[in-house]
Design a protein around this ligand. Structure first.
Ligand code: ZN
Length: 94
């Protein structure tokens, strides 16, 4: 049991704060919502600048799973990141 005024904790059996004379509550109201630390990744603005034809593609992800690939591709496309696919290398099965 807790006092909603002074937030003192009381053992079970107490019903009133001896200091504040207010009924105890089983659960204190939630603390004022502290700012949730924002996920920095969610704050990223999609790249909207001009395309950079000179940019080199780098491998950021590789998978053999077409479903995972589709998800990764979608994420990149959502962020307006151009995607280049590597040439199929000989000897690598399709
Ligand atoms: Zn109190």
């Amino acid at each position: 049991m807790d006092c909603p005024e002074c937030r003192a904790e009381y053992r079970d059996g107490f019903t009133e704060c001896s200091d504040c004379r207010v009924p105890l509550v089983a659960k204190l109201p939630a603390e004022p919502a502290s700012e949730p630390s924002p996920d920095p990744l969610l704050d990223l603005e999609p790249y909207s600048g001009p395309p950079t034809p000179d940019a080199e593609f780098v491998t950021v992800f590789s998978t053999g799973d077409p479903i995972v690939f589709a998800l990764a591709k979608g994420s990149l496309e959502d962020a307006a990141i151009p995607i280049g696919l590597p040439e199929r290398r000989p000897g690598v099965p399709a």
